[in-house]
Design a protein around this ligand. Sequence first.
Ligand SMILES: Cc1ncc(COP(=O)(O)O)c(C=O)c1O
Length: 450
Amino acid sequence: MRDRNFLVENNAKPIWHPMAHPAEMRAQPPRIVMKGEGVHVTDIDGKSVIDAVGGLWNVNLGYSCDPIKQAISDQLNALPYYSGFRGTSSGPSIELAYELTEWFKPEGMVRAFFTSGGSDSVETALRLARQYWKIKGQADRTKFLALKKGYHGTHFGGASVNGNANFRRNYEPMLPGVFHIPAPSTYRNPFNETDPARLAQLCAAAMEEEIAFQGADTIAAFIMEPVLGAGGVIVPPDSFMKLMREICDRHGILMIADEVVTGFGRTGAWSGSRLWGVKPDMMTMAKAITSGYFPLGATLIGEHVAEAFETDTTNFGSIGHGYTYSGHPVGCAAGLAALAETRRLKLDENATARGKDLAQSLAALKAKHPLVGDVRGKGLMAALELVADRDSKKPADKKTMAKVADSAYEAGVMLRVSGNNLILSPPLILTALDVQAIADGIDAGLSAAG
Ligand SMILES: Cc1ncc(COP(=O)(O)O)c(C=O)c1O
């Protein structure tokens, strides 16, 4: 690799970064991360910080998981690539599909379709949902329902079901036939309702109303994150996802659970659907499937959907969709090792235990700092929503957010800013001491900005 000066000189110049304005990045180049060890990352100046972001919600096993590194190396030596398209299959892809369908049997998943990441997995689920209805002879069912504040990646399908204007405006017009209902956020909702059970009912009524308006027989699927991640870690009321499932069932609408963040233990359960006791019709996976060590995703397919395709006699059942890297043998080998480690270390249990510690620490920070308007979380996904004023809930400005994050970094903690939220999604191997270190870093950041 070229030397330090080259990297610093060219930082944010030949490269454009996702979710950023190129000019802003040039003016304020991002940190250059060079190394990772355990739950820490080290920057180009040799500063080591605890990674409270977990890469990007994905490095659940931290940066030193030797079994994944070994599996990748072994697979590279055996077979670095072969296609998963019709005609060929690789050993790791068969094995990982088997493991995934076993793991997510309680959710009713029976098949896996491999992708290269979360956006691909969402795209796959949306396309398969439309195709399912063509097979079933209900070709009018083409529309999608989704939640405001939901995040489903950046392909045109996913960005269309996305519920955040920031990710849509510059790319409109989006896919036609996508409709959004209010996010089940007790902190900010159009009904000014703070009681979770009542809020769930109000959102359910809005969903019913939209279905009646559109016509149920025109709707293919409803997609939701069991806990909304990028939208600011919105934890729905306990009854919410079940209510949505009941509504979908009543109207014959497929339910897609976008588990790209919530899959593999982050909420304290092996999936968000399992957390809420719901069986979706399809689940989208990525991120922690390899703990971020290799780009890989999967769309998992439930029994009824699989059966429709596999018993199809209409010729609508042939899948005209897929990616060069669907079932990548190295990715699948990484996935097998990551899943084995995830299970061996019981990361779901650790996410629950450390999530409780984290929730306590964040509640104390809220009590101490008026800047914190709301604290939310489930397991080891959490957010602090910062406000200029608690009564009006006016969002904290960009400068304040940057000050908090920069000062926390100085104090040894990497945080992620999304709008006026500080997002926490640390590795699930976190210890109680790590939780304390994260809370201390945030405390320092809030003190500096407050
Ligand atoms: C819930 C959800 N779905 C889909 C995606 C898109 O995944 P990717 O960035 O791997 O394409 C993300 C990414 O953060 C996500 O959080």
